[in-house]
Design a protein around this ligand. Structure first.
Ligand SMILES: *[C@@H]1O[C@H](CO)[C@@H](O)[C@H](O)[C@H]1NC(C)=O
Ligand SMILES: *[C@@H]1O[C@H](CO)[C@@H](O)[C@H](O)[C@H]1NC(C)=O
Ligand SMILES: *[C@@H]1O[C@H](CO)[C@@H](O)[C@H](O)[C@H]1NC(C)=O
Ligand SMILES: *[C@@H]1O[C@H](CO)[C@@H](O)[C@H](O)[C@H]1NC(C)=O
Ligand SMILES: *[C@@H]1O[C@H](CO)[C@@H](O)[C@H](O)[C@H]1NC(C)=O
Ligand SMILES: *[C@@H]1O[C@H](CO)[C@@H](O)[C@H](O)[C@H]1NC(C)=O
Length: 593
C-alpha cells in the first residue's frame, strides 16, 4: 500500500519532477494497439459480461534479445567457431529476462490496480506476467471495452477488444498484452486438405506395407524415398522427437498399434508418451481420435522408431462459451505451449519438434507474432530443430476456397496471405510434394511474410527467385519479407489408421512430421558420435545443407485467382530446397549410416 501511495503522489507531481525518472512520465493512457475494423469473418455480437474472467498475459521486453539472437546465429552457423555450442536453459533465461526497471514499473502499475506482486504468475525468465481478472477490471486497466465477437463460419465466440491503451510511460516496458486485439482463432489445424482421400474399399488397405504408388504412401515408401531404410537409431535413450497437438485432437493408442501392425511391425509394442498442457486432454475413446494427431504420431513415430516420441496435447480450443466465469479458454495455444516447453530441462526437451498447425499471419497481431517468434528462437538457441507445416492453401489464406485473399488492415486490398508460425524466420517451414517422382503439390503453402523481413541467411535465394519472376504478382506479396517454406516432403495419400479404419490422408500436415522424423534420425547419428544436434536448421540448410536435398523443380501453389508461385531449380516459395536425402545428409555431416 505504501508503494501505491507513493506512486499516486508521483503522478500528481509529474510536472514538477519532469524527466526525473521514467515513472514520472505522463500517465495518460495512449492507444497501444488497435484494429481498423472488426476482422474479416467476425461480427461484434454483444458487450462482454462484466464478471467474465479473462487471463491476461503481459509480455515484458526481453532486454537482451539482440544478444540471444546473436548467440543463436553463432551456434547455428556451421562456419562459426561456436557452432553447436547450444545455450543452457539458464543462459537463455538470463538473456531474455526483462530489465529490472521494466519489472519495477509493471509491478507498480499492477499494485496500483490491487494486485499482490508476491503471488503473480510469471514465466521462468520473468518476461511474462499472467493475471486473471474480470472483464470490468481489464477494461479499467486497459482503458477499453471488451465485446463478444462471433466467427461467422464456425460460430466460435471470443471475448476481445478492437483497441487497448496503457499509460505512456509503460510503452517501453510492455511489449504486448493479450488477449486483447488477437482474433486468430488460435491455431487452426492445417488439416483442411488432410481430408480422407480414400476409404477402406480402396486397394490401399490390403496391399503390402512397401507397396508404393502415387496414391498410396506408407512409412516404408518414405523410408525408401528419403533413404532412411536400414538405419537403426543408436541413442534412443538420449534423442527424442516432440509432436504438438491442439484443438482437442487426440492421438489414439489403439489406432497406433493397428498402424504399426500393418506398416511398422517392429514398432508394434511401442507408443508415444503423452504430456497434457493447460487443460489438454488425452481421451482414448476411439471415436474421438483425431486424424491430424494420428497422422503426426504414426508417421513421426513410424519413421523415427525406436526414438521416443512425446505428444503434447495443449488445451484451450473451441467451442468457447464466454459467459463461463472460469477462464478456461484464452485461445492462446502458442503461449501455453511455449511456457511449458521453455520450462523443460535439457534432458526433457526433444531435439526435434514438429507442428502441423498454423493460421493466417494477419490474424495474429504483429507484436504478438514477433514475441512468439522470439520465443521459438529461444528453443533454437537451446539446440531444438522446429518444423512447421507451411499451410494447405497455396498462396491463398487459410480457407478452403483459397480465394479469400483480402487484407485485414482496413484497406481490403487483394493480397496473398502468408501463414504463421511458418513465416517466423527461426522455424523451418515444410511445404508439400506429391507423387513418387515428387513434384510440388498444388496446395503447398508458400510466399513471403509481411511481419518478418528477409533474414540474411536466405537473402541470396530470395533475391534470385524474385529476379526470376520479375514483376509477376507485384503488389500481391511482400518483396522484402521472409520467404517460406524452407524445405518440403510428400504430402498426399499417406495411409493412416484413423478410428480403426485404414484411410488415405494428405496436407503439409503430413509433410512436416515426415521431414522432422528424418532430421530426428540425423540428430540420432550426431548424438551417437558425441556431437551436438542440428538445432536451428536454417543457417546450416541455406549455407550447406541444401546440397543434400532433392530439389523439386516443377509444380506451383495456386490461390487468389492466380497460378501461384512456380517451383524451379534451387529455392522457391513452394517447396523450399526440396525433400530430404538422409544418406546425403549423413555424408555431408561426415557420418555413416
Ligand atoms: C472462407 O471464405 C469464404 C468466402 O470468402 C467465406 O464465406 C467462409 O466463411 C470462409 N470460411 C472460413 C472458415 O473462414
Ligand atoms: C465415445 O465418444 C462417442 C462420441 O462422442 C460417444 O458417443 C461414446 O459414448 C463414447 N464412448 C465412451 C465409452 O465413452
Ligand atoms: C501424379 O501422377 C499422376 C499419375 O499417377 C498424374 O496423373 C498426375 O498429373 C501427377 N501429378 C502431378 C502434380 O504431376
Ligand atoms: C490441385 O490438384 C488437384 C488434384 O490434381 C485438383 O483436383 C485440384 O483442382 C487442383 N487445385 C487447384 C487449385 O489447382
Ligand atoms: C513488408 O515487409 C516488411 C518487412 O518485414 C514490413 O516492414 C512491411 O510492413 C511489410 N509491408 C506490408 C504492406 O505489410
Ligand atoms: C476470384 O474470382 C472470383 C470469381 O470470379 C471472385 O468472386 C473473387 O472475388 C476473386 N478473388 C480475388 C481475391 O480476386
Amino acid at each position: 500500500m505504501v508503494r501505491l501511495q507513493s506512486y499516486v503522489l508521483l503522478g500528481f507531481t509529474a510536472f514538477a519532477l519532469a524527466a526525473a525518472s521514467p515513472a514520472t512520465k505522463r500517465r495518460t493512457p495512449l492507444i497501444k494497439d488497435s484494429l481498423p475494423q472488426v476482422p474479416r469473418g467476425w461480427t461484434l455480437h454483444r458487450a462482454a459480461p462484466a464478471h467474465h474472467m479473462i487471463k491476461l498475459r503481459i509480455g515484458l521486453p526481453q532486454s537482451n534479445f539482440a544478444e540471444l539472437e546473436k548467440a543463436l546465429h553463432e551456434v547455428s552457423d556451421p562456419a562459426h567457431p561456436r557452432y553447436g555450442a547450444h545455450l543452457s536453459k539458464e543462459e537463455v533465461e538470463e538473456l531474455v529476462a526483462p530489465h529490472p526497471e521494466s519489472l519495477d514499473l509493471v509491478e507498480d502499475w499492477l499494485i496500483s490496480h490491487g494486485f499482490d506482486v508476491a503471488t503473480l504468475d510469471r514465466s521462468p525468465a520473468k518476461d511474462w506476467i499472467t493475471i486473471i481478472v474480470p472483464v470490468h477490471q481489464a477494461e479499467s486497466m486497459l482503458d477499453t471495452k471488451y465485446n463478444v465477437y462471433k466467427h461467422e463460419a464456425t460460430g466460435m465466440e471470443l471475448v476481445r477488444t478492437q483497441s487497448y491503451s496503457l499509460p505512456e510511460y509503460l510503452f517501453e516496458h510492455v511489449d504486448v498484452i493479450q488477449p486483447t486485439t488477437m482474433f486468430g482463432g488460435g491455431m487452426r489445424a492445417m488439416d483442411t486438405t488432410s481430408h480422407i482421400e480414400l476409404d477402406d474399399s480402396e486397394p490401399g488397405a490390403s496391399a503390402a506395407a512397401d507397396d508404393c504408388t502415387n496414391t498410396r504412401i506408407t512409412v516404408a515408401c518414405l523410408q525408401d524415398l528419403y533413404k532412411t531404410k536400414g538405419y537403426v537409431p543408436k541413442v534412443p535413450g538420449k534423442n527424442k522427437i516432440g509432436i504438438t497437438g491442439y484443438l482437442e485432437q487426440y492421438a489414439n493408442f489403439a489406432d497406433l498399434k493397428q498402424f504399426y501392425q500393418a506398416y511398422v511391425p517392429a514398432a508394434v509394442d511401442s507408443k508415444f508418451d503423452v504430456k497434457l498442457i493447460h487443460g489438454g486432454k488425452n481421451d482414448q475413446n476411439l471415436s474421438l481420435a483425431g486424424e491430424e494427431a494420428n497422422l503426426d504420431v504414426q508417421y513421426a513415430g513410424g519413421i523415427s522408431y525406436p526414438t521416443p516420441n512425446i505428444f503434447w496435447s495443449t488445451g484451450g480450443s473451441p467451442p468457447f462459451i464466454p459467459d463461463l466465469v472460469t477462464p478456461t479458454n484464452t485461445n492462446e495455444p502458442y503461449a501455453d505451449w511455449l511456457d511449458y516447453v521453455l520450462g523443460l530441462s535439457a534432458e526433457e526437451l526433444p531435439q526435434t519438434i514438429t507442428t502441423s498447425y498454423g493460421d493466417d499471419e494477419q490474424t495474429v497481431p504483429r507484436d504478438y507474432a514477433i514475441r512468439v517468434c522470439n520465443e521459438l528462437a529461444q528453443l533454437g538457441a537451446r539446440g531444438v530443430t522446429l518444423f512447421y507445416s507451411s499451410g494447405d492453401f497455396g498462396v491463398g489464406g487459410n480457407n478452403k476456397t483459397r480465394n479469400t485473399c483480402i487484407t485485414n488492415d482496413g484497406t481490403n486490398t487483394v493480397s496473398f496471405l502468408p501463414a504463421f508460425p511458418a513465416s517466423c524466420p527461426y522455424v523451418t517451414a515444410v511445404g508439400g510434394t506429391t507423387n513418387l517422382t515428387e513434384v510440388a503439390v498444388n496446395f503447398s503453402g508458400g510466399g513471403f511474410s509481411n511481419y518478418f523481413p528477409t533474414p540474411d541467411y536466405q537473402k541470396k535465394e530470395v533475391e534470385s527467385y524474385l529476379e526470376k519472376i520479375g514483376s509477376t504478382y507485384d503488389g500481391l506479396y511482400n518483396r522484402t519479407g521472409r520467404g517460406y517454406p524452407d524445405v518440403a516432403a510428400l504430402g498426399t495419400s499417406f495411409r493412416i489408421i484413423y478410428q480403426g479404419r485404414d484411410v488415405g490422408i494428405g496436407g503439409t500436415s503430413a509433410s512436416s512430421p515426415a521431414f522432422a522424423a528424418v532430421i530426428s534420425l540425423v540428430n540420432d547419428a550426431l548424438i551417437a558420435k558425441g556431437r551436438p544436434p542440428l538445432g536451428w536448421l536454417n543457417p546450416w540448410l541455406y549455407s550447406t545443407g541444401y546440397a543434400a536435398l532433392n530439389d523439386i523443380t516443377s509444380g506451383s501453389n495456386p490461390g487468389c485467382n492466380t497460378t501461384g508461385f512456380a517451383a524451379g531449380p534451387g529455392w522457391d516459395p513452394v517447396t523450399g530446397f526440396g525433400s530430404p536425402n538422409f544418406e546425403k545428409i549423413l555424408a555431408l555431416l561426415d557420418l555413416e549410416k
